[in-house]
Design a protein around this ligand. Structure first.
Ligand SMILES: *Cc1c(COP(=O)(O)O)cnc(C)c1O
Length: 409
């Protein structure tokens, strides 16, 4: 076991946080003082590769020069107008994002959870006003193992006891089925079903990639039964998997997308729902909103992010490095890893639980200069910035190989 103090950069910061910041996280003992590109540097000068990228909020690395410039330029023009007035950034941002994801319209929010809440509200309203579901009866099908955020409604349909327990009473209207099971979705659909909410890849669950055909099957099922398919692409979208959206991998087009994380360029929180007009137009003035959603600073940064993705170069880079990532991690199976799952620059690695927990693996990785995050026991997740080079990617996989080799003794 790694000693915390040995790793710790400045115990005073850790102690202070422990006293005055709520204990809703259990961070690795690394105190970041500076960050640039794929690297973060702690307050005592140790540099690490960031192989988590803020859960994909930092897809373009820390302080990407073009994104920082877009933010600085906008800081000198206007930052917040509220939606009571128009601003000159919102339209261009929405136009660019809608084009990137192939939808008519964008509803801007701030955090991912807000985007999911917004999509759920739109789906319910669509069910009542367009589909003709009796008021108050709409059902939304969700997946076991889902992660969609932390609001009261969203955790109502989480099956993770840590996220869910002791926060009731819970919001009704959700039906959970096993992830990857098309027949279960079909059996759960009734005349009152408004939508199916799915992560194209379950990130928090450990980068769980459904079998080929699952997403196209859901699409077909939703079309046939007049149910909205909502793809939560907050973590999987915006280049991470080698395409703009993870759904594209199998040529699937959802009815609604939720986007967030990387949309803010690692600078400001920006989230959005994307949908075609016939769905989005159930939202009318006064029926939904956000003080900060669509503010000019967020829109300027979001537009700069979309412009980076519009060239396709980051997606192509992620796709290109996927084979290196998969090959290097694949060699660890049987050498301390039980399974690995890779799509683009996103990997879930199930470590032999006899060997070490995911948290222990992450601590050992940190000692080797790589920051990663465990999830669910012995699984670790790697999601380096899409700007990483092949050599740097090999530094991550080499570090993990060394950690496992040392643990095996
Ligand atoms: C992170 C995440 C969310 C929630 O985003 P927040 O910005 O933390 O509210 C929702 N869905 C998925 C798939 C996520 O990964």
């Amino acid at each position: 076991m790694t000693s915390m103090t040995e790793l710790s950069t400045n115990q005073a910061y850790i102690d202070l946080e422990d006293q005055v910041a709520a204990h809703n996280y259990s961070p690795l003992p690394v105190v970041v003082g500076h960050a640039e590109g794929i690297h973060v540097t702690d307050v005592e000068g140790r540099t690490y590769i960031d192989a988590l990228s803020g859960y994909s909020a930092l897809n373009f690395g820390h302080r990407h020069p073009g994104l920082v410039q877009a933010a600085k330029d906008q800081l000198d023009r206007s930052t917040l107008t509220s939606r009571a007035f128009h601003n000159d950034q919102l339209g261009p941002f929405c136009e660019a994002l809608a084009r990137l994801v192939g939808k008519d319209m964008i509803l801007p929010m701030n955090t991912g959870a807000e985007a999911v809440e917004t999509a759920l509200k739109i789906a319910r309203k669509w069910a009542y006003q367009v589909k003709g579901v009796p008021e108050g009866q709409a059902e939304i099908i969700v997946m076991d193992g889902n992660f969609h955020g932390r609001t009261t409604t969203i955790i109502s349909f989480s099956d993770d006891p840590e996220a869910h327990d002791h926060y009731g009473p819970y919001t009704p209207g959700f039906v959970a089925v096993p992830y990857g099971d098309l027949a279960a979705v079909e059996a759960a659909i009734t005349d009152n079903t408004a939508a199916v909410l799915v992560e194209p890849i379950q990130g928090e669950q450990g980068v769980m990639i459904p079998a080929e055909g699952y997403l196209p099957g859901l699409r077909e099922l939703c079309t046939r039964t007049n149910v909205l398919m909502i793809a939560d692409e907050i973590q999987s979208g915006l280049g991470r998997t080698g395409t703009s959206l993870a759904c594209e991998y199998e040529g699937v087009e959802a009815d609604m997308y939720t986007l967030g994380k990387a949309l803010g360029g690692g600078i400001v929180p920006v989230s959005a729902v994307a949908a075609d007009a016939e769905v989005m137009n159930v939202i009318t003035p006064g029926t939904h909103g956000s003080t900060f959603g669509g503010n000019p600073l967020a829109a300027a940064v979001g537009k700069a992010v979309v412009d980076l993705l519009a060239t396709g170069e980051h997606q192509a880079h992620a796709k290109e490095l996927e084979s290196v990532f998969a090959e290097e991690l694949g060699q660890l199976v049987g050498q301390g890893a039980e399974r690995v799952r890779v799509r683009g620059l996103w990997a879930g690695i199930d470590i032999d639980p006899e060997l070490m927990t995911g948290k222990e693996a992450c601590k050992a990785l940190a000692k080797k200069g790589v920051l990663a995050k465990d999830t669910h026991g012995s699984t670790i997740r790697l999601a380096p910035p899409l700007t990483i080079t092949e050599d740097e990617l090999r530094q991550i996989t080499d570090a993990l190989a060394a950690v496992l080799a040392e643990a095996r003794g």
